[in-house]
Design a protein around this ligand. Structure first.
Ligand code: NAD
Length: 479
């Protein structure tokens, strides 16, 4: 028989180049065979909490025994394959929750895909100490299975952001999304699993159940195979997680004030505040929720905010109408209007307006419910005070000690410094819109999980890893 040399050479070359990938895959493929949980097309989605956690535990074990190179490949594949679909991802979250606006949701998802740190984030905290007694190594290692609870206000963007960071740190993830964002979350989890399993052969690194509920979230919190809870939501769920007895990264509510003093560039401050406070209809926890301005520049700021698309409400009857519509008797925001547009709120309140405002500014004082409550809608109080000292005190009161976010517009460096120090917020933005604090038009990585009560602040891969110390005595010091 004649040998087809060309075919043979091409086969050898092909086999050689595939070998590396096959090595990466072989260990995981073997173990994947026992994954009886996976129905075709149902990747990562289970009926019960117990089944989902079990599958995620098996998956994490396989993942832990692959290489760092494989982790990088997975994360790159997630970025590469989600980015072309960013509009569809955003649309799904937007249509299902019926909150926010599509244009901004696309930007939020794009940021999560492109600007969430991956494995590079782990290097920062790795450390080696050498000396006469030997060598000690600190490295960031996976927790195991992370239970991640995500909010309705940033549904898909939080899943993407958490998934990239948690996978980078070597974990698998059980997601507990808000029931109101169930379908877009199921779609995304399946998509993520498809991407991950294609690259690595590992199924169910990211899981959820088909009917997420508060009860199921609580069941997950107490499952012994969940090693860390990362909770993004309001005070109720963060408190609940803290009572579980597990380690919690709690990313809770905020009520970010923006302080404007008489030295500020008023035109820029006005544009930045309107942009930040109307972004995704004020759904982000970091969005400006109170404007506190010193009297001297208040009129100028108001005029410029109107120019930038704000509708100012100063007569008490109209204020009452908006209050009746948006604030419940229990002193909470009316959920029906959370994340709705300024126009919808004005129309439903029966307030006559002109043009197409994107923000409603209410002339108010610090005791107004619009100031005290985290409204999560583009209705923001405009509070005038006599000077910088009172402004800072007012901002401190309105932030309620949540350690979340504050913003300030000023050209006075000492005051900027003083306010940043006194506010003690996880994010402090100077002379920019609030979203500059999560890497949109500001330096730094993106996060949708700002761990406020537990103090980690803007979270990334390094927060989803445990620090381990590895000691070798009498060796590897070559000085
Ligand atoms: P939410 O608290 O109603 O729900 C958040 C998640 O927790 C959902 O998945 C929900 O199903 C679950 N949940 C709620 N109560 C629970 C309980 N008792 N036990 C178990 N699970 C429970 O919040 P939301 O309306 O979806 O999101 C808005 C809130 O989240 C705002 O307060 C906002 O400030 C906050 N948030 C914070 C951050 C941050 O990084 N700090 C980011 C986004 C949103």
């Amino acid at each position: 028989m004649e040998l087809d040399i060309e075919k043979l050479v091409s086969r050898i070359i092909k086999e050689g180049s595939l070998k590396e990938e096959e090595n990466d895959l072989s260990e995981t493929k073997k173990a994947s065979a026992d994954s009886s949980y996976l129905a075709v097309g149902e990747s990562g989605v289970f009926k019960t909490v117990a089944e989902a956690v079990k599958a995620a535990k098996i998956a994490q074990n396989k993942y832990f025994h692959t290489s760092l190179k494989m982790r990088k490949k997975i994360i790159q594949a997630v970025r590469d394959q989600l980015l072309p679909e960013v509009k569809d991802i955003a649309r799904r979250g937007y249509e299902e929750t019926n909150m926010g606006n599509l244009k901004d949701k696309i930007e939020k998802n794009r940021l999560a895909i492109t600007n969430t740190p991956g494995l590079e984030d782990l290097k920062i905290s790795s450390q080696v100490i050498t000396g006469d007694s030997g060598m000690t190594l600190y490295e960031l290692c996976p927790y195991g299975v992370i239970g991640a609870i995500t909010p309705s206000t940033n549904p898909t963007e939080t899943i993407i952001n958490n998934a990239i960071g948690m996978l980078a740190a070597g974990n698998s993830i059980y997601f507990s999304p808000h029931p109101g964002a169930k379908n877009s979350s199921i779609w995304l989890i399946k998509k993520l699993n498809e991407i991950v399993s294609k690259v690595s052969g590992i199924e169910n690194l990211i899981v959820m159940i088909e009917k997420p509920s508060i009860q199921a979230a609580q069941e997950m919190m107490t499952n012994p195979d969940i090693n860390l809870l990362v909770v993004t939501g309001g005070p109720g769920v963060v408190g609940q997680a803290m009572r579980s007895g597990k380690k919690v990264l709690g990313a809770g509510a905020g009520n970010p004030p923006v302080l404007v003093d008489e030295t500020a560039d008023i035109e820029k401050a006005a544009a930045d505040i309107v942009n930040g406070a109307s972004f995704d209809n004020n759904l982000p926890c970091i969005a400006e929720k109170n404007v506190v301005v010193v009297n001297e520049v208040a009129a100028d700021l108001l005029k410029n905010m109107e120019k930038n698309g704000s509708f100012v409400v100063s007569n008490s009857q109209d204020i009452e109408k908006i209050k009746k519509l948006t604030v419940t008797e229990k002193h909470t925001p009316n959920k029906k209007y959370v994340g709705k547009s300024a126009e919808k709120i004005l129309t439903d309140a029966g307030v006559i307006y002109t043009g197409h405002p994107r923000l409603v500014l209410i002339e108010a004082d610090k005791n107004s419910p619009f100031a005290q409550i985290e409204m999560l809608m583009p209705v923001v109080p405009f509070i005038r005070v006599e000077d910088f000292d009172v402004a800072l005190q007012t901002c401190l009161e309105l932030e309620h000690g949540l350690h979340h976010t504050a913003i300030m517009h000023s050209q006075n460096v000492s005051r900027l410094n003083e306010a940043a120090k006194e506010m003690q917020t996880s994010i402090f933005v100077k002379n920019g819109p609030s979203y500059a604090g999560i890497g949109f038009g500001g330096e730094g990585p993106t996060t949708y999980t700002i761990a406020t009560p537990t103090g980690e602040g803007t979270t990334s891969a390094r927060n989803f890893a445990r620090v381990r110390r590895c000691v070798l005595t009498n060796g590897f010091s070559i000085r």
